[in-house]
Design a protein around this ligand. Structure first.
Ligand code: C2E
Length: 839
């Protein structure tokens, strides 16, 4: 039994609800915290991203603007008159400065050290702006643009002219004859010097032209050097001329030469300066500005932009890292939650293992033991209230189920009315006996029994009386059997007894005892009722080797006993409708009917008052070529089963009517009785056919009597009644055959259209020895007469019986004492003899 301990046990459900709430809150707060943190960081990072993107855009603008400015400066150098370029440079410079100022003022959280890098760029841009303005100014002013040319134009041109004028004055003085030359060398030298000066000037112009034509500095240097050489020669010529003029009486010759020397030397200095400008890359001012200012500034700005870009990239990288850090944090938080969840789940599982699964496993094992029919082992539990309650419920259920199972098993195996084993249990016991008998080479006997006319008792006295009869009958039988025997109720009024270790031959004694005991009157509903029983007996192994066959054969034997009214009958394989012999009979029966192989024997009936033959019962005879005589009731049974009973009965009717007509032709006023099966009453053509035969053989209706067995008629009353009424209406006599074996009540008899009662021979044959039969027969005769019926006694075998029957007032007598059934010819002879005796 279960040991229960619920004191102070916490509820498992409450425990898990609390744990679930706690866990739920904890996990929810963790997730909320993680989500809040991550989203804050993500917001900031996304703002940072926006700022960084704006910075990138600004920087890109600056770069693009710088490219445009650079391009415009170059275009301007080629096309200085294009004012649009200047405007565009101004505009883009302004835009760049604006973008740069935006960069400086960028306020986002991740903005770092950008200011330090952007401010110099702004300075560079402002410087660049100034330099560009200067460039424009120089480019638009030719003198500033080309300084060498300015020297040439502004200084050297005048000096050249001055020198030329000097020479012209000196030559003119000589050629005008104002000066009488002492030296012959002077004038040619003067002319030569003038020419040399001209050449030098030309050379300087070629130099300038070459410079303008952008000749390489190598050529310029050669030309410059050549001009310098020429000027040295010129200088030496001037010095020689001065020496020569010092000896001449020239008015201004020496002074002019001094001037020429001085101006030419100044010219040469200018030339040298021009050379320096031309050959040292200072030829164009714009180039200088570009090289010295613009390009460096553009480079500085480009470099500055690169630096800024690097910072922005760093900012972006920082933001990426920040974002990834926040993602990582959230990821770790989720990992943490999962880990926590796993820990909690494992804890719950372990807890459930301890508090639920193990106790349930113990309960399961206990139930399994129970399922295998073992006792429920002790289940101790200290775990939880629910488990304790569960186990308690299981124990209760087990008790309930066991109780119900026992009841159901008993119900399933026993008959509820008598308490006897039922067919199912009987079958089990037969199976057991079969095994046991087979093992021990033993034998056993099986009875199948049926109370005769139980249905009628039930219908007449009511079901309560029927039940009482069944209970009492079963008790009477039970007292006669051994403890080892099994008395079972198969259903209705059918019983069976299994008799282990018994042979068929020994069983007769028990059957007789049962018949005798059941034959004792039963007290039902205040009335004494006589009941009989029919018993079929089979034995193992003689009659069958399995339960089904044995029961089936016992049943057949029982019906044979009932049919023959012999109380009990041992199974006879020749009566088995399914035996081989029986099957050949069935085939031959059909042939016999087709080929008119049946015969009718006629048993005379004599009038009790004078002993004259007044009728005869037609009885079917069939002599089988192999099996010999086949009893009529067996033929009828086979014909019924084969469905040819209608045909056979009409065959008998026609033959009997024809024979009766012959009797009449012989002068005997004798009627004929024909037995009809109950199934014939269902033949709709019966009346028409009888009428047809009677007409055919011109026999009056009153000479035909149809006999219908009482028990069969009673069992099928509804069916019988209509047909009997029709026959009766025709004027045909109707006789209740085997009267007394059925259970006709007076009330029924009144309703039936019958003319005759034929008392069954079982009451007649031993009437001289059995007072009971005497009483039955005498009261039946009285009853018949009181209903206006003719009463016939059959089975009269002796003189004593004959006398007794006559005394009781019976109308007609039939029996071996008068005559056995005779072939038609013999019967005719009997009739002839009888009429002869009378006459
Ligand atoms: N021990 C003894 N027996 C006597 C005596 N007097 C007559 N019997 C026998 O009792 C039976 C009387 O016929 P049942 O009661 O109608 O009983 C008949 C009847 O129910 C049935 N039967 C016979 N012929 C026909 C038939 O053509 N049609 C139908 N449906 N049934 C028939 O077969 C049953 C048996 O017929 P049977 O063997 O011919 O047996 C006949 C007859 O031979 C006697 O003094 N002592």
């Amino acid at each position: 039994m279960l040991l229960r301990n619920t004191a102070g046990l916490p509820s498992l459900r409450k425990r898990y609800i609390s744990l679930t709430i706690f866990l739920g809150l904890f996990v929810a707060s963790l997730v909320a915290f993680g989500y809040f943190q991550t989203s804050t960081i993500k917001n900031a990072v996304s703002k940072g991203y926006e700022g960084v993107l704006q910075e990138q855009a600004n920087l890109e603008d600056v770069r693009n603007h710088l490219l445009v400015i650079n391009k415009d400066i170059n275009l301007f150098l080629l096309d200085p008159q294009n004012e649009n370029l200047i405007k565009e440079i101004d505009s883009y410079t302004e835009k760049s400065l604006k973008s740069l100022n935006q960069l400086v003022n960028s306020q986002h959280e991740y903005h770092v050290e950008l200011e330090d890098k952007v401010n110099p760029i702004i300075d560079y841009f402002e410087k660049l702006n100034r330099e560009v303005k200067r460039l424009i100014e120089y480019r638009l002013d030719i003198n500033k643009q080309y300084p060498a040319m300015a020297i040439s134009a502004n200084e050297m041109e005048g000096q050249q002219d001055e020198v030329n004028s000097g020479f012209e004055l000196l030559i003119m003085e000589i050629e005008s004859g104002s000066l009488e030359l002492k030296s012959t060398e002077l004038y040619p030298l003067l002319l030569k010097s003038q020419t040399l000066w001209s050449k030098t000037i030309s050379q300087s112009r070629i130099y300038m032209a070459n410079r303008l034509a952008s000749f390489t500095t190598g050529i310029l240097e050669q030309q410059g050097q050549s001009l310098a050489d020429m000027f040295l020669v010129f200088e030496s010529n001037i010095r020689r001329l001065k020496a020569l003029y010092s000896k001449e009486n020239s008015f201004e010759g020496t002074a002019i030469l001094d001037s020429i020397q001085k101006v030419s030397e100044a010219w040469f200095v200018n030339f040298l300066e021009m050379r320096v400008i031309s050959e040292t890359g200072q030829w164009r001012a714009d180039t200088v500005i570009m090289r010295n200012s613009v390009f460096p500034l553009v480079n500085e700005i480009t470099q500055g932009c690169n630096d800024v870009e690097a910072i922005i990239k760093r900012e972006k990288q920082f933001l990426d890292e920040e974002l990834s850090r926040s993602d990582d944090s959230f990821k770790y938080l989720i990992y943490g939650i999962i880990a926590l969840y796993l820990i909690v789940i494992s804890s719950i599982l372990m807890s459930m293992e301890w508090s639920i699964f193990k106790p349930i496993e113990r309960v399961t094992q206990a139930l399994r033991s129970r399922a295998f029919g073992m006792d429920m082992p002790k289940i101790e539990t200290t775990e939880t209230e629910e488990i304790a309650r569960l186990i308690e419920a299981f124990v209760q259920m087990d008790e309930e189920v066991t109780h119900r199972q026992n009841a159901l098993e008993h119900q399933a195996m026993h008959d509820h009315l008598t308490g006897l084993p039922n067919r199912f249990l009987l079958n089990q016991r037969i199976e057991y006996q079969l095994l046991s008998a087979e093992r021990q080479q033993g034998s056993f006997v099986l009875f199948v029994m049926d109370l005769d006319f139980f249905k009628e008792i039930n219908d007449t006295l009511g079901h309560a009386s029927g039940d009482k009869l069944l209970i009492e009958a079963s008790e009477r039988i039970h007292k006669l059997i051994r403890k080892s025997d099994t008395l079972a109720r198969l259903g209705g009024d059918e019983f069976s007894i299994l008799l282990p270790d018994m042979h068929k031959l020994q069983a007769g004694e028990l059957a007789e005892q049962i018949i005798e005991q059941i034959g004792q009157p039963f007290e039902l509903n205040g009335e004494k009722v006589n009941v009989s029983i029919s018993i079929g007996i089979v034995s193992y192994p003689d009659d069958g080797l399995n339960a089904e066959t044995l029961l089936q054969y016992a049943d057949m034997a029982m019906y044979a006993a009932k049919r023959k009214r012999i109380g009990y009958s041992r199974y006879d394989s020749s009566e088995n409708i399914y035996s081989k012999e029986r099957l050949t009979l069935v085939g031959d029966l059909i042939d016999a009917l087709e080929n008119d192989q049946f015969e009718l024997h006629y048993q005379p009936q004599v009038a009790a008052e004078n002993g004259r033959i007044c009728g005869a019962e037609a009885l079917l005879r069939w002599q089988h070529k192999e099996h010999g005589y086949v009893p009529p009731d067996k033929i009828i049974e086979m014909a019924e089963r084969l469905g040819i009973i209608h045909k056979l009965s009409l065959y008998v009717l026609r033959k009997a009517i024809a024979e009766c007509r012959r009797w009449h032709q012989l002068g005997s006023d004798v009627s004929v009785s024909v037995n009809l099966s109950v199934r014939d009453l269902a033949n709709e053509q019966l009346c028409a056919k009888i009428r047809e035969y009677l007409n055919e053989f011109a026999l009056d209706y009153r000479y035909l009597t149809v006999e219908i067995t009482e028990s069969v008629m009673m069992e099928n009353l509804a069916l019988s009644l209509g047909q009997l009424k029709k026959l009766n209406k025709l004027g045909i006599n109707i006789s209740i055959d085997d009267f007394g074996t059925g259970f006709s009540s007076l009330a029924y008899l009144k309703r039936l259209p019958v003319n005759e009662l034929k008392i069954d021979k079982s009451f007649i044959m031993e009437i001289d020895e059995d007072e009971n039969d005497q009483q039955i027969v005498s009261s039946t005769i009285n009853l018949g007469h009181s209903l206006g019926l003719k009463v016939v006694a059959e089975g009269v075998e002796t003189q004593q019986v004959m006398d007794m029957i006559k005394d009781f007032g019976c109308d007609q007598i039939q029996g071996y004492f008068i005559s056995k059934p005779l072939p038609a010819k013999a019967f005719r002879q009997l009739l002839k003899n009888a009429s002869r005796n009378v006459s």
